[in-house]
Design a protein around this ligand. Structure first.
Ligand code: AMP
Length: 144
């Protein structure tokens, strides 16, 4: 089995994140690897196009805070310390790649629904993370 030093687990904070984290934890303990979590928030400006003049800074801060709390709960299940929890704003695949490179992760773990047709076995985010990643990527298949 290949060995890894630092596993970055990308979570969308749905219930399925627990399944992705469990798999990553199993691999992590076999390799004695460090584990980190990342969740990426969509910038609010994308959703509200800028047609309505609104200051969304406060709302973005609250979403960020909420994501950090959820990430902390999830991280506690795998004894991941707070400095290894990352909340970022942008496109999930871009941010996951950026944080993987910054933190020198050698394995990225994502979840995959595999419900996007026969030819495209990975979901859109999982697919995006796989393409352009500079390290190995493991897609954990969810049972439907
Ligand atoms: P999807 O392709 O949207 O079904 O998502 C599959 C997997 O991509 C999830 O299980 C996560 O591992 C990852 N993912 C999706 N959205 C995000 C997000 N906002 N932040 C971090 N990871 C994500």
């Amino acid at each position: 089995m290949p060995t890894y030093n630092h596993i970055l687990v990308a979570v969308d904070l749905t219930e399925e994140s627990g399944t992705v984290l469990e798999k990553a934890t199993e691999i992590g303990s076999l390799c004695q690897a460090k584990l980190s979590l990342v969740h990426v928030l969509e910038p609010l400006g994308y959703a509200y196009g800028g047609d309505i003049p609104m200051d969304l800074t406060e709302v973005q801060k609250q979403l960020d805070q909420h994501a950090r709390e959820r990430l902390t709960e999830l991280g506690a299940r795998a004894n991941i310390s707070t400095e290894n929890l990352h909340v970022s704003i942008g496109r999930p695949e871009t941010e996951v790649h950026r944080i993987a490179e910054e933190t020198k992760a050698d394995l990225i773990v994502v979840g995959s629904h595999g419900r996007h047709g026969f030819g495209l076995l990975l979901g859109s985010t999982a697919n995006g993370v796989l393409h352009g990643a500079k390290c190995d990527v493991l897609a954990v298949k969810f049972r439907e």
